[in-house]
Design a protein around this ligand. Structure first.
Ligand SMILES: NC(=O)C1=CN([C@@H]2O[C@H](COP(=O)(O)OP(=O)(O)OC[C@H]3O[C@@H](n4cnc5c(N)ncnc54)[C@H](OP(=O)(O)O)[C@@H]3O)[C@@H](O)[C@H]2O)[C@@H](O)CC1
Ligand SMILES: Nc1ncnc2c1ncn2[C@@H]1O[C@H](COP(=O)(O)OP(=O)(O)O)[C@@H](O)[C@H]1O
Ligand SMILES: [K+]
Length: 494
């Protein structure tokens, strides 16, 4: 189980362990794990360890004591830049400091210039940082980032909020790590918002704590195990009616492409029949995918189809009317883009959505989520997990809050962060494709939460696959995603 622990949850675990383990045990184990991670990353001889005033600094000092200690076989120059605080360090940090001082590690007070570090270990601040990094420390962080050398962050890149993935501000800075070794359990902030960029590769060091001993975490990473039960191979004796109908409603004037992208994605993700009901119809057939049936939204009878509403839908009276009709009806819904903006403007529509019985998945990007919550997008991004949870509970729907490290939340408060995908997805239309995949999986009978988890995972993996084959991240187009998503889904089903 890929649990993600909040800082409060980690502190609780730490307190309960403190009653059974001899003092300093966890810091020693953290130092050992850090030292072996450093050795695995090292190519060269010069290691610089940054040790801050708290226990994160203690971890770095333990690591230095091991790397430069009497038992080491490492042929390396170990330098420690220690920045004590005004308050005395914890007893375990004091012990670590004494051990590091007694080793062959060389202590410096300022960043030595002109040294070509093979590896920098960041033990400035961990989960105890509660205000922006300022003054000398800020200058140090900026100088380290400017060196562009490999950096191993201990627990969390210094300056990053392990709960939210935001750089702690206002006007804060954070260490740009190549790899992060995080202690006891994985943390949400390493996987969403700015976290993925600052943390680099994330490795968990459980410090000898049996995962079964940890209390359940409030969040987790998305993975195929969460939706695998829907991935059974198709029965031979099946027909198009076995895989559901999807109707994409959108396409105002000048926006005809958006619903077509959703529809193609729905088709490639396996829906039996796919319609586009356009607000402003532009043609009788999609010549690239004539499988898609084109209709006029004004008089379209969607029957039992799953509705994907919003791509390029606009805010016309017709758009409003079809949205209202859909909210009145019993169809499973995916609400995206303009459908969300219309709902954000109308407390009545929000109430109707919250009171519906049928499944609904809403897929806002941060600005759409902000409009729905009546806050700014900076507030949403400042705590993406909280925003997604709040929206799911208000709308009584599964919420997919898009962006780097997409957050999936349901009305029961369960939250997952998606690990697949890359910046190639930052291109027009990729959200339309995601909405289409969500609708397709819903139409095929997936439970809403699993449909959202599956769609987001597959959508991101499709982009990763395209990048692996050289079609991105630069210049990746949304139109390439459906075929790649189909390949990912079939590989999973096999
Ligand atoms: N949890 C566990 O079980 C384990 C935890 N372990 C490790 O402990 C880490 C947590 O340690 P921690 O609580 O001592 O906090 P930490 O991140 O070192 O920073 C706090 C220090 O920074 C200071 N300070 C704060 N803000 C500042 C600022 N802007 N500018 C300047 N100073 C600032 C603050 O001082 P003060 O706020 O009092 O001024 C205090 O001195 C955790 O991430 C992990 O690495 C491991 O040993 C294994 C087991
Ligand atoms: N940097 C990124 N890393 C991972 N996924 C991203 C990134 N940027 C965008 N995405 C994904 O791309 C899609 C963009 O959707 P959206 O913003 O609605 O775009 P559009 O409206 O143009 O289709 C979402 O699924 C989002 O999660
Ligand atoms: K750190």
């Amino acid at each position: 189980m890929k649990s993600l622990f909040s800082i409060a949850e980690i502190r609780k675990i730490e307190h309960s362990l403190a009653e059974t383990l001899p003092p300093g045990t966890l810091m020693q184990r953290a130092g050992e794990a850090a030292a072996s991670a450093a050795r695995a990353m090292l190519s060269g001889r010069k290691i610089l360890l940054l040790a801050g005033p708290g226990n994160n600094g203690g971890d770095a000092l333990e690591a230095a004591a091991i790397l430069a200690g009497p038992d080491t076989d490492l042929d390396a120059e170990v330098t420690v830049l220690h920045r004590p605080g005004s308050a005395p360090p914890s007893p375990e940090t004091q012990k670590a400091l004494a051990r590091a001082r007694a080793s062959k590690a060389h202590f410096v007070d300022a960043l030595p210039l002109g040294r070509d570090w093979s590896l920098i270990v960041d033990g400035l601040f961990g989960i105890g940082l509660a205000r922006p990094i300022e003054g000398d420390m800020r200058a140090l962080v900026e100088a380290i980032n400017a060196l562009g050398r490999p950096v191993l962050a201990l627990d969390v890149p210094s300056g990053l909020d392990a709960d939210t993935g935001a750089v702690i501000g206002p006007d804060g800075v954070a260490i740009q790590a190549t790899r992060t070794i995080t202690f006891i359990g994985n943390k949400p902030g390493l996987h969403t918002f700015e976290g993925r960029d600052y943390a680099g590769q994330v490795q968990v060091a459980p410090l000898g704590i049996d995962p079964g001993q940890r209390p359940p975490a409030g969040a987790r990473l998305n993975e195929p195990a969460l939706f695998a039960r829907h991935l059974a191979p198709r029965r031979h004796n099946s027909h198009k009616g076995s895989f559901g109908d999807v109707a994409v409603i959108g396409g105002a004037r000048g926006m005809a492409g958006a619903p077509l992208l959703s529809a193609r994605a729905a088709l490639f993700a396996g829906a039996g029949r796919v319609f586009v009901a356009a607000i402003e119809p532009v043609g009788a057939v999609d010549f690239v995918h004539p499988e898609i049936m084109l209709r006029d939204a004004q008089d379209f009878d969607s029957g039992a189809a799953t509705l994907v509403m919003g791509p390029g839908m606009g805010d016309s009276v017709t758009a409003m009317r079809v949205l209202f009709k859909a909210l009145e009806g019993k169809a499973a819904l995916v609400l995206d883009a303009d459908a969300l903006n219309l709902i954000a403007d109308s407390p009545d529509l929000q109430g109707r959505l919250a009171q519906r019985e049928a499944p609904a998945i809403v897929t806002p990007h941060p600005l759409e989520a902000a409009r729905l919550l009546g806050v700014t997008s900076a507030v949403v991004q400042g705590d993406r997990l909280a925003a997604a949870r709040e929206l799911a509970s208000r709308l009584h729907a599964v919420v997919v809050l898009k962006g780097s490290g997409t957050v999936i939340a349901d009305a029961d408060g369960a939250v997952a962060i998606n690990p697949t995908g890359n910046a190639g997805l930052a291109t027009a239309g990729s959200g339309d494709v995601l909405a289409g995949i969500c609708g397709s999986l819903l139409a095929q009978g997936w439970e809403p939460r699993e449909a959202a988890l599956g769609a987001v995972w597959v959508h991101g993996a499709a982009a990763d696959r395209l990048v692996a084959h050289g079609s991105g991240p630069i210049g990746l187009t949304a139109g390439e995603l459906p075929a790649a998503a189909r390949a990912v889904l079939n590989a999973l089903a096999r």
